[in-house]
Design a protein around this ligand. Structure first.
Ligand SMILES: Cc1cc2nc3c(=O)[nH]c(=O)nc-3n(C[C@H](O)[C@H](O)[C@H](O)COP(=O)(O)OP(=O)(O)OC[C@H]3O[C@@H](n4cnc5c(N)ncnc54)[C@H](O)[C@@H]3O)c2cc1C
Length: 427
């Protein structure tokens, strides 16, 4: 008589760490990842549906991150922060992105104000006077974050060519005694009405100003002349609350410079990974879509009947396809995380565009496959997958490195060395 084959005792799927157990995290990385995973699993995941439904800012998540010290993750240690480097930050951001995309994406805007003024500024050339001023100014910003838990945002988009890096910012900063007078309008300003300080990119108002005359200023949300306007009812990333910001004759003191005059333009050229901090959120979403699919097909989604769908070959093929894409995404994510540095060689720069593109596009592709293979019940609003699907679609729209612009840059820079030109092809 044939032996009766029995299944081994049931064990639930355990989602892996965001690093997939390939990277050997440092002690600091382990500590920070544990904090982010704990908050994400036990607090953020449960709040994500309501934040998305009502398109409201995740204030409670920020209170938790403030208490846990995550708002000061990239503030240098000498100023009371964790002093996390690029790789550490992107791992933590990806872990948060698994549980709430809008929290991770807005967290990026906040943390970038400390990365750009922190280890990136440290690597750039500036005069001794600018360096001394910068130390004094950033001490003020870091004090606000470390001691008072203040939140910063990063509105640079204006609806013109500036956010793509093709023109000077239309928002102007006129130099006046003791500071600047700001006039202009920003669109898609995530954390509008929620951040304490808006880290505004603008152009020094002078004849013949170019992108080299960029300024990066922290604008107190309560200053006279600062207003928030417009509706916010988008497809995804709804908790970012990215409305318009208007600046009408707003006086901003000199000490609010987050970088010295002109240094942003140097950073954009010499530290290109500064724009790649938008993709970790989507690494997290890619992992979440895969985790959901495995749990769903195994009949292990909490609150759902324990119906197994894993025995169908087509589902196994799709999960295999998803796993391959996920591992490709993670590999390039980790490679890119480790490669960040000032003045990267050409191959690292090209790899960076490829990584950013791959993470943004694969996150959406993984969500698409997840919905298709899990089926109708999986896309009900009572489950997270349809939110992951909508949030994932927003990644490759983010300037300056949309999916299209990554392709543009890659194609051009693969074929041309700096300064090379061809004659226009005949019409
Ligand atoms: C959820 C969400 C949150 C956001 N948060 C912020 C934020 O906090 N701060 C902020 O500054 N911005 C933010 N943005 C804005 C974002 O970075 C882009 O600026 C915005 O999505 C651009 O929309 P647009 O329709 O004006 O794009 P357009 O400028 O009209 O561009 C449309 C597409 O055309 C292509 N394109 C644009 N310029 C060029 C060019 N010169 N050459 C070739 N192709 C080009 C790009 O692929 C782009 O996707 C956010 C966007 C989203 C969706």
């Amino acid at each position: 008589m044939a032996a009766v084959l029995r299944s081994p005792p049931a064990k639930a799927y355990v989602p892996p760490p965001i690093t997939g157990e390939y990277a050997e995290p440092t002690a600091k990385q382990r500590e920070l990842l544990a904090i982010a995973a704990d908050l994400g699993r036990n607090r953020f995941a449960a709040r994500a549906a309501q934040i998305d439904r009502d398109a409201v800012f995740p204030f409670e998540n920020y209170a938790d991150m403030r208490d846990a010290g995550l708002l000061r993750i990239c503030v240098p240690e000498q100023y009371g922060g964790w002093g996390a480097d690029f790789a550490t930050y992107v791992m933590v951001a990806a872990e948060i992105g698994r549980h709430c995309g809008a929290t991770a994406l807005t967290y990026n805007m906040h943390v970038c104000s400390t990365i750009w003024s922190g280890f990136i500024a440290d690597d750039l050339d500036m005069s001794a006077q600018d360096r001394a001023d910068h130390e004094n100014n950033r001490a003020i910003h870091y004090e606000r974050i470390v001691r008072a838990g203040k939140i910063y945002s990063q509105p640079f988009s204006e609806g013109g060519a500036a956010a793509a890096g093709k023109a000077p910012w239309g928002t102007l900063a006129a130099k006046v005694d003791g500071g600047y007078l700001i006039n202009g309008r920003k669109i898609f300003a995530s954390l509008s009405g929620a951040a304490d300080y808006y880290g505004v990119l603008c152009t020094l108002d002078k004849p013949g100003a170019t992108q080299r005359d960029s300024l990066y200023l922290a604008v107190d949300r309560n200053l006279p002349g600062v207003t928030v306007s417009g509706e916010w009812d988008p497809l995804g990333m709804r908790g970012t609350v990215s409305r318009n910001l208007l600046f009408k004759d707003v006086f901003v003191p000199d000490a609010e410079r987050l970088m010295p005059e002109g240094i942003y333009a140097q950073a954009a050229v010499r530290w290109p990974h500064m724009f790649a901090t938008l993709s970790p959120t989507y690494m997290g979403i890619a992992q979440a879509a895969y985790d959901f699919t495995v749990q769903y097909l195994r009949g292990e989604v909490p609150g759902m009947p324990p119906v197994k769908r894993r025995m169908y070959p087509t589902k196994q093929v799709t999960v295999a396809e998803m796993k391959i894409k996920l591992e490709q995404t993670r590999a390039i994510f980790l490679q890119n995380a480790r490669a960040a540095r000032v003045d990267p060689p050409k191959e690292v720069r090209l790899g960076l565009y490829a990584a950013h593109y791959t993470i943004m596009e694969n996150a959406n592709e993984l969500c698409r496959l997840a919905v298709r293979t899990c089926g109708g019940q999986s896309m009900l609003k009572s489950l997270p997958l349809e939110r992951l699907y909508r949030d994932s679609r927003c990644g490759s729209l983010m300037l300056p490195w949309t999916a299209e612009l990554c392709i543009d840059k890659l194609g051009r820079e693969c074929l041309y060395e700096p300064g090379e030109r061809d004659e226009e092809p005949a019409a």
